[in-house]
Design a protein around this ligand. Structure first.
Ligand SMILES: CC(C)(COP(=O)(O)OP(=O)(O)OC[C@H]1O[C@@H](n2cnc3c(N)ncnc32)[C@H](O)[C@@H]1OP(=O)(O)O)[C@@H](O)C(=O)NCCC(=O)NCCS
Length: 185
C-alpha cells in the first residue's frame, strides 16, 4: 500500500511502524441498574465513556505515552443495551497521521449468563492526539495495516479525515465571511 502513514512523517528521523495488533484492546463490562436512563435501558453516555476509555488505552499503547481525545464522531447506536448485558468494547488504531490517530471502536453486547452470539450494538470513530508532558502534540509511530480488512479500515479512515478537515475549513471560511460582512454572532 502506498497510503500508509510514513508519508505524513515530514520532520525528524523516521519513527518505526507499529502493528495494529500490538495495541488492539477489548474492554468488557456488565451493565447494572446504575447505568440506566429513564427508559430503563443503558444510558448512551455510559457506553460512550467505555468507548473513550477503550480507545484511549489503544491510543496510549500505540503512541507509547499520553494521548488526548481530540474528537469523537460517528458514534452510532444500533440496538438498545440492557441491564445484565455483558458489553465488549473492541478498539484498534485505524489510521495514523503525524501526531494524531483514528481509533475505531465496535461495541458488542451479550446476556451475561447465556451462550448466544453477541449483538453488534454500536460503533464509533475517535481521533486522539499524542501529547508530551506540556500537552503539545508529539509524533506517533505510523500504523502498519497487515490484513486486507485493516487496509480497508485505513482507507476509510482517510476518507473521514478528509471530510473532517474539509468541514472544519468550510465552517471557518463561512465565519470569516460573515465577520467581514459585519455580523457579530
Ligand atoms: C487535541 C489538541 C492536543 C490539539 O492541539 P493543537 O495545538 O490544536 O494541535 P494541532 O492543530 O497541531 O493538531 C495536532 C493533531 O491533532 C489533530 N486534531 C486537532 N484537533 C482535532 C480535531 N478537532 N479533530 C480531529 N483531529 C484533530 C490535527 O489534525 C493534528 O493531527 P496530525 O498531526 O496527525 O496531522 C488540543 O486541542 C487539546 O489539548 N485539546 C483538548 C483535549 C482534551 O482535553 N480531551 C478530552 C480529555 S482527554
Amino acid at each position: 500500500m502506498t497510503d500508509q502513514a510514513p508519508a505524513a512523517q515530514k520532520d525528524g528521523p523516521d519513527i518505526p511502524g507499529k502493528s495494529i495488533v500490538a495495541s488492539r484492546t477489548t474492554l468488557s463490562h456488565i451493565m447494572t441498574h446504575n447505568d440506566t436512563n429513564l427508559l430503563g435501558t443503558v444510558h448512551g453516555g455510559v457506553i460512550m465513556k467505555l468507548v473513550d476509555d477503550a480507545a484511549g488505552a489503544v491510543a496510549g499503547r500505540h503512541s507509547g505515552g499520553p494521548a488526548v481525545t481530540a474528537s469523537m464522531d460517528e458514534m452510532a447506536f444500533f440496538e438498545p443495551v440492557r441491564v445484565g448485558d455483558l458489553v465488549h468494547v473492541k478498539a484498534q488504531v485505524n489510521w495514523t497521521g503525524r501526531t494524531s490517530m483514528e481509533v475505531g471502536v465496535r461495541v458488542l453486547a451479550e446476556r451475561w449468563n447465556e451462550s448466544t452470539p453477541p449483538t453488534h450494538v454500536g460503533s464509533a470513530y475517535l481521533v486522539f492526539t499524542a501529547v508530551d508532558a506540556d500537552g503539545r502534540p508529539r509524533r506517533v509511530p505510523p500504523v502498519v495495516a497487515e490484513t486486507e480488512q485493516d487496509r480497508r479500515r485505513y482507507q476509510e479512515a482517510q476518507i473521514r479525515r478528509t471530510h473532517r478537515l474539509a468541514r472544519r475549513r468550510a465552517i471557518m471560511e463561512l465565519r470569516e465571511k460573515r465577520a467581514a460582512e459585519g455580523y457579530e454572532d
